[in-house]
Design a protein around this ligand. Structure first.
Ligand code: UDX
Ligand code: ADP
Length: 476
């Protein structure tokens, strides 16, 4: 195999030593931070350095008070406390970490392109390319380079080409090791993954990474494939999961007009072992940094190979999700006598799901935008999301001047303050604490009729109705 072109088109020049002692991870975000923390926790003999250009983020990772880490993730603080300073380091010195590492994980962001060819669909690989060029420019020893970010299929080829053509003659081995953790349960997912997937062409490089995970993951759960299967599997896993959510959300609309209850339908079909019970919770729409982006990537790839039927099929998952968000906003407007102008609507939750402070593609952003177009006044409470982030999300849509967003939407840190005197409450995120509120007291302090729009089917509808609320939940 050495020196020959393998079937994937990548060239392996010569055998390289594969003992890994030092790991660098470029990108200290929602993927890089937790993943490297667990790798360091479970491999005390490995030195793991996570680097990022964002000095503020690195400072937060180094904060001695682990409740101030840059991402909110249950269980993360304890892992960081155990490993940080021992064999886990967070730094802005990207160059040094690259030069010293035997293995480099690339965990930078790959947002959907907002310009040029593939705008709105293809992944923007500029951050990946910058990393590859930097690695190539300064590496003086052989490296295993691991793609951790979600990437379009065949990105490894691009990486390899940049590394080989701009490098100093050292050997680079590319592996794909997609991350399957879900935010909010990242630490549990990392500690006991359903599977770890490693794609690559070089057995020794693959084995080196297998060893890292084998410290705590049963060997039979570590799958190895070729590079392209690994890259594609990540997109397909997310597409299948998102498709389930869009499928049940489509049925939620049908339930609302037929008198069926979507939870009952989901439970009934989920009992079929061929279908399974997970990812059948109807909601205001899926969000997060991965689902939409990965499906659009899949759509873009399919279209670029002229597979238009395939592309149309998957695109529908995203279109249905957009429809679900719009439908929820319109339900609020229609129910409130076709106008929300000047009315106060409390939003419970802004994060894209519970137990995270991540708001990327959160349904709340789009529902708020729709209601603000109708001149509603929104008061937001989320236990983990900052006001700064909420305004950033809204301003990012460019629907109206930032000053207007601030005039129409306020953010409060006390839920009872958000709920006092409002015309309606909308549940956008399924935070557990919302269930524990004193809904009788809330009712007393709300305008009449007191509307609750439950976008997560979180609250106990019958109880709220007994208390006198006009209660609407998705799919009922
Ligand atoms: C997802 C994948 O699950 C994970 O494997 C991958 O690594 C990254 O993308 P994440 O986006 O963090 O993880 O969260 P996930 O739990 O998948 O939820 C995504 C969205 O779907 C959330 O907005 C969630 O509220 C929504 N959802 C999920 C539903 O509306 N109903 C469900 O039944 C499940
Ligand atoms: P993810 O959810 O994929 O982890 P994030 O946006 O949370 O995405 O994190 C990606 C991180 O990568 C950001 O903190 C960003 O500053 C960092 N980053 C992007 N490009 C580079 C680069 N060339 N060098 C170092 N860090 C980078």
């Amino acid at each position: 195999m050495w020196g020959k072109k393998c079937e994937t088109g990548l060239t392996h020049k010569k055998k390289i030593p594969m003992e890994v002692k030092k790991i660098a991870c470029i990108g200290a975000g929602y993927v890089g931070g937790p993943t490297m923390s667990v790798i360091a926790q479970k491999n005390p003999d490995l030195q793991v350095t996570v680097v990022d250009l964002n000095a503020e983020r690195i400072a937060a990772w180094n904060n001695q008070d682990v409740s101030k880490l840059p991402i909110y993730e249950p269980g993360l603080g304890a892992v960081v406390e155990e490993a940080r300073g021992r064999n886990l380091f967070f730094s802005t010195d990207v160059e040094r970490a690259i030069v010293e590492a035997d293995m480099i994980f690339i965990s930078v962001n790959t947002p959907t392109k907002t310009y040029g060819k593939g705008k709105g669909q293809a992944a923007d690989l500029k951050f990946i390319e910058l990393c590859a060029r930097q690695i190539a420019a300064i590496s003086t020893t052989d490296k295993i380079v691991v793609e951790k970010s979600t990437l379009p299929v065949r990105t490894a080829e691009t990486l390899k080409s940049i590394l080989d053509n701009t490098g100093n003659g050292v050997n680079f081995h590319i592996l794909s090791n997609p991350e399957f953790l879900a935010e909010g349960t990242a630490i549990a997912d990392l500690h006991a993954p359903d599977r770890v997937l490693i794609g690559g062409e070089n057995t020794e490089a693959i084995n080196a990474l297998v060893q890292v995970y084998a410290s705590w993951v049963p060997r039979e759960r570590i799958l190895t494939t070729n590079l392209w299967s690994s890259e594609l599997s990540k997109l397909v896993a997310n597409a299948f999961l998102a498709q389930r959510v869009s499928s049940i959300n489509a049925i939620s609309e049908l339930c609302e007009v037929t008198g069926a209850n979507v939870d009952e339908v989901a439970h009934a079909i989920g009992q079929d072992s061929r279908i399974g019970s997970k990812f059948l919770k109807a909601s205001v729409g899926f969000g997060g940094s991965c689902f939409q982006k990965d499906i659009l990537n899949l759509v873009y790839i399919a279209r670029s190979y002229h597979l238009h039927k395939v592309a149309d099929y998957w695109e529908q998952v995203v279109l249905l999700n957009d429809h679900q968000k719009t439908r929820f906003a319109e339900k609020i407007i229609n129910t409130m006598y076709n106008t929300v102008n000047g009315k106060q609507i409390a939003f419970l939750g802004w994060a894209f799901k519970k137990d995270t402070n991540d708001t990327r593609e959160s349904a709340a952003i789009y529902v708020a935008d729709h209601l603000l177009d109708e001149q509603a006044n929104i008061i937001v409470y989320d236990p983990q999301v900052t006001a700064e982030q909420i305004y950033k999300d809204l301003d990012g849509l460019g629907s109206r001047p930032p000053a207007q967003n601030r005039a129409l939407l306020t953010v409060v840190s006390d839920p009872y303050q958000a709920l006092s005197g409002v015309h309606a409450v909308a549940v956008l995120t399924e935070w557990d604490e919302f269930k524990t509120y004193d809904w009788s007291l809330i009712k007393q302090n709300m305008k009449r009729p007191a509307f609750v729009f439950d976008g997560r089917k979180l609250l106990h509808g019958a109880t709220l109705q007994t208390l006198g609320f006009t209660y609407y939940a998705i799919g009922e």
